[in-house]
Design a binder for this molecule. Structure first.
Ligand SMILES: NC(=O)c1ccc[n+]([C@@H]2O[C@H](COP(=O)([O-])OP(=O)(O)OC[C@H]3O[C@@H](n4cnc5c(N)ncnc54)[C@H](O)[C@@H]3O)[C@@H](O)[C@H]2O)c1
Length: 325
């Protein structure tokens, strides 16, 4: 079975590509390298093109059985100040991809959605039945694609799984792929940058939240646990199903707990600075992952320590080199 991994030169997509390959799938990566890295696609067939390029899509879609769509802009703050960029790429580009998929006859589609579709939930842990009410343009663009997938499933039989990721973190255990966003906004790699002196300190956005230590609580899930869910998602699609599923661990950690785990795993102190809260940052976002666990027979297996250790190993060995590619 051949899979088109759109956005496969990026962080999560490159891990999915690796897990697919290890399980015997044929993988073609499609990426415009806007935020991805050529090095992460090494060892794979790579088509360098944009999701808004219908002709390039048509050529490659004729060779695959299913599509995984990771390509998007994904900075919440940037989406607030430059929403046009987000609607252009995530919605217009995403729909161009979806339409090319429909035209090609492919009927299996896996979409990278986000817990940002829930906005500020009334209750945690968050189940999939929580109303979708995003509070920033990024989340709205992801919700728009979810709506299109629901309608296309109904009208055209396009089977889909929309995975709502919580906080992806960690790196491949083989040390050959990991996180490298430029600029980096995610907590764990940002803390490593602070340790290495590449930024003056790690900013903690608010320490007066109604949580036990005052800092925000999030659900960190190892990127290979996410990747493995995608493979099971393909099997689920093959049985003719569609679903919208949370991918998280069900366990939340505060920013201070993450910092203290980083300090104990790396043996280094993380310099920190308290900054004001960011607008629209809920105190606590934790998944209820039971639906994915039941439907896919999947479970996030890797611990927070494994997340930090694999990310640290990757950051030590590779990230400086990747920053130049
Ligand atoms: N990282 C997280 O914690 C997280 C959480 C929730 C959802 N997501 C979603 O998961 C997906 C992957 O996130 P990531 O962290 O791996 O991001 P990333 O930026 O590392 O990867 C995105 C990839 O898509 C490619 N891309 C972007 N626009 C494209 C276009 N128009 N045409 C072709 N390729 C294009 C980029 O070059 C990059 O390789 C995104 O859709 C993001 O919204 C990520």
């Amino acid at each position: 079975m051949a899979i088109l991994v759109v956005g496969g030169a990026g962080y999560i997509g490159s891990h999915a590509a690796r897990v697919l390959k290890r399980r015997g799938y044929e993988v073609i990566i499609y990426d415009n390298l806007s935020t991805g890295h050529m090095a992460l696609a090494e060892g794979f067939e790579l088509v360098v093109a944009d999701i808004s390029d219908s002709a390039s899509l048509a050529k490659v879609l004729g060779r695959v059985d299913a599509v995984m769509h990771f390509a998007a802009h994904a900075y919440v703050g940037e989406s607030v100040v430059n929403p046009r960029k987000y609607f252009q790429n995530n919605v217009l580009g995403g729909l161009t991809l979806l339409h090319a998929v429909l035209d090609s006859g492919v009927r299996k589609f896996i979409f990278s959605s986000t817990c940002a579709v829930y906005g500020i939930p009334a209750r945690v842990p968050i189940t999939e039945d929580t109303p979708r009410s995003p509070v920033n343009p990024y989340g709205i663009t992801k919700l728009a694609l979810e709506h299109a997938l629901e309608a296309y499933n109904h009208a055209y039989g396009l089977r889909f799984v929309s995975f709502r990721y919580f906080n992806a973190a960690g790196a491949d255990e083989d040390g050959r792929a990991g996180e490298n966003h430029i600029p980096e906004t995610h907590l764990i790699p940002s803390a490593f940058e602070a340790i290495r002196g590449e930024r003056p300190s790690l900013e903690i956005y608010g320490d007066d939240y109604p949580t036990p230590d005052g800092t925000c609580i999030r659900d960190y899930i190892h990127v290979n646990d996410l990747a493995e869910a995608h493979v099971l998602g393909l099997e689920y699609l093959s049985q003719g199903n569609s679903a919208k599923l949370n991918l998280g661990t069900g366990r939340g950690y505060s920013v201070r707990e993450i910092i203290s785990t980083i300090e104990s795993v790396t043996g280094q102190r993380v310099p920190t600075r308290i900054s004001p809260r960011r607008e629209g940052d809920p105190a606590e976002l934790v998944a209820d992952p039971r639906r994915a666990e039941t439907l896919l027979r999947w479970r996030a297996k890797r611990s927070l320590e494994e997340i930090v250790a694999t990310a640290w190993n990757w950051a030590q060995q590779n990230s400086a080199a990747l920053k130049r590619t």
